[in-house]
Design a protein around this ligand. Structure first.
Ligand SMILES: Cc1ncc(C[n+]2csc(CCOP(=O)(O)OP(=O)(O)O)c2C)c(N)n1
Ligand code: SF4
Ligand SMILES: [Mg+2]
Length: 278
């Protein structure tokens, strides 16, 4: 029998140097992604990462797996299609708060309720970083930017609550500065069979540095939290005094691609015949 050497960080790092600003929280998400893949020993050719557009969505360039830097807000439809066509692959979807909760918010609840077996990672910096700090759905009330020069009058959207209410079967939150926890949560999310949503607080040091605030507010899940209790998870998600990190909710239910494939197989579809009709 031929022994294959264990995969190391080198097997998942690309030669592309991230162009994020020094100190950007996205570095922490990238590093934890590399570590999670090493710990899971997933072969790079069996992993694919879909992203949208934004500072955060550059991540697939820096991970030596298959990857697609798609359209703004479209990481989840891409990931859903890939998982449906190739259920044998590990499919991850990364994007920013704008990606997943502004232009792409039509996709997020539907991927969650379908329970596609993918892991969705929202790198939330509370602004549109790439386009220079416009107000995003998670920006705090009163946030001033070129798009809300008098301050945003909107109540920020709560990504964890939305994922829970939409039927995500695994919901967690992490902080990019707490690498070990983030790595563990990515591993749990990838191992979870079904739609895993991980909300990562990932500060933007260039436009709205939230490290000090998060260092004060981030707190681990209460030890008595029962992750099978949806109501308890929702109660924690709406707590404003603290930003809880850890697993809010976890449950098992049928996954989309298995249900769909019990009715048809991807190989039943003759793409050539289909396109000849046009
Ligand atoms: C269809 C479309 N609309 C708008 C844009 C412009 N645009 C690019 S990135 C972005 C927002 C990025 O914010 P977010 O998703 O939070 O990512 P971040 O840069 O903060 O990581 C916008 C509006 C675009 N590229 N495509
Ligand atoms: S602008 Fe903000 S989000 Fe974008 S790379 Fe710089 S620090 Fe990160
Ligand atoms: Mg953002």
């Amino acid at each position: 029998m031929v022994e294959t050497a264990a995969l190391t960080l080198r097997d998942y790092r690309t030669d592309v140097k991230p162009i994020w600003c020094p100190g950007c929280g996205d570095f922490g998400v990238l590093s934890s992604t590399h570590k999670a893949l090493v710990q899971l020993q997933l072969r790079p050719e069996n992993v694919v990462i879909a992203s949208g557009i934004g500072c955060s969505s550059r991540l697939p360039y820096f991970v030596k797996t298959y990857g697609i830097h798609g359209l703004h807000g479209r990481s989840l439809p891409l990931a859903t299609g890939m998982k449906l066509a190739r259920p044998d692959l590990t499919v991850l979807a990364y994007g920013g708060d704008g990606d997943m909760f502004s232009i792409g918010t039509g996709h997020t609840p539907h991927a969650a309720r379908r329970n596609v077996d993918i892991t969705a990672v929202c790198m939330d910096n509370q602004i549109y970083g790439l386009t220079k700090a416009q107000t995003s759905p998670t920006s705090v009330r009163g946030y001033k930017s070129k798009s809300t020069p008098y301050g945003s009058p909107d109540e920020p959207l709560n990504p964890v609550l939305l994922a829970l209410a939409s039927g995500a079967s695994f919901v967690a939150r992490a902080y990019s500065a707490r690498a070990k926890e983030l790595t563990d949560l990515l591993i749990k999310g990838i191992q979870h069979k079904g739609f895993a949503f991980i909300h990562v607080k990932s500060p933007c040091v260039e436009f709205i540095n939230t490290y000090d605030m998060l260092d004060r507010l981030v707190e681990e899940m209460p030890v008595d939290h029962d992750p099978s209790d949806l109501q308890a998870a929702m109660n924690l998600a709406v707590t404003e005094e603290k930003v809880h990190v850890g697993v809010f909710y976890e449950s098992e239910r049928p996954v989309y691609e298995e249900v769909a494939h019990s009715w048809f197989k991807p190989t039943d579809f003759d793409a050539d015949a289909f396109f000849r009709r046009f």
